[in-house]
Design a protein around this ligand. Structure first.
Ligand code: SAM
Length: 229
């Protein structure tokens, strides 16, 4: 079935607003409903990709809460939090760790308009010591109740939407694809539009075919591959 122009427009509209400079690192966040809710929030605000450090022997798993958002927000796995944080810093991110300790500053006092990574900790024990030592800044969402912490997916959503609010106020939210490199935009657009053809091209070691302005594949493909479009 050919890709409908309306669907292609929608894929482009979403990619136009994706941000490569806002991300999350999830340290041992393990419960499928939490991972799912977090990726759904990432998709909602326009996060391009997120990062995770998993418990040994565990793979990130999602449930129906995600509503398929794991298809649209890549989750990159890392061996350790310190390696992941070092890589984020090397990529120019300021790394904010959510830490419920006294030295943490109110998240509303921070500027999230530059490249920003939030590190969120495990449901049970929060951020590990090594991660807490490696972050640039500890932040907290102030609370006034009897319970001492929020659900991790709620904390993630609050921080992401605050970053978006600040970027909107500063006029630096992407709206025409400026949130990611043009080459990456083109590759992702093809992968989102034609996942099976993209997988075939990768297996064959060939570049993705060009797309017409309406989103049609502007190249002859083998019949078996064409039928998967
Ligand atoms: N006992 C753990 C602790 O002391 O950190 C509670 C972990 S909490 C349920 C799981 C994660 O949610 C935390 O590591 C943090 O990333 C995030 N979180 C929860 N409440 C938060 C708050 N008020 N401010 C910032 N992050 C919070």
């Amino acid at each position: 079935m050919p890709l409908l122009p309306r669907r292609f427009e929608r894929l482009r509209a979403v990619l136009d607003r994706r941000m490569g400079d806002l991300t999350l690192l999830l340290e041992h966040v393990d419960k499928p409903h939490n991972l799912s809710a977090i990726l759904r929030s990432c998709d909602a605000v326009g996060v391009l990709e997120a990062h995770a450090v998993c418990l040994p022997g565990r793979l990130p798993t999602f449930n129906s809460t995600a509503l398929g958002s794991q298809k649209w927000v890549a989750l990159h796995r890392h061996e350790s939090s310190t390696e992941a944080i070092a890589a984020l810093k090397a990529g120019g991110f300021r790394v904010y760790g959510t830490h419920l300790g006294a030295q943490a500053v109110d998240y509303r006092c921070c500027d999230f308009t530059g490249p920003t990574a939030f590190v969120l900790g495990a449901e049970k024990w929060g951020l590990g010591e090594a991660a807490a030592a490696a972050i640039d800044q500890a932040i907290v969402i102030p609370m006034a109740g009897m319970v001492q912490s929020l659900n991790v997916s709620v904390a993630a959503a609050i921080l992401l939407f605050e970053a978006v609010r600040q970027r909107q106020a500063k006029g630096c939210l992407p709206s025409h694809g400026e949130g990611l490199a043009a080459e990456r935009y083109g590759l992702l657009l093809f992968e989102w539009a034609y996942p099976e053809v993209a997988a075939w091209c990768r297996r064959e070691g060939r570049p993705y075919p060009a797309l017409s302005p309406e989103g049609a594949i502007a190249e002859e493909l083998p019949r078996g591959v064409r039928l998967r479009c």
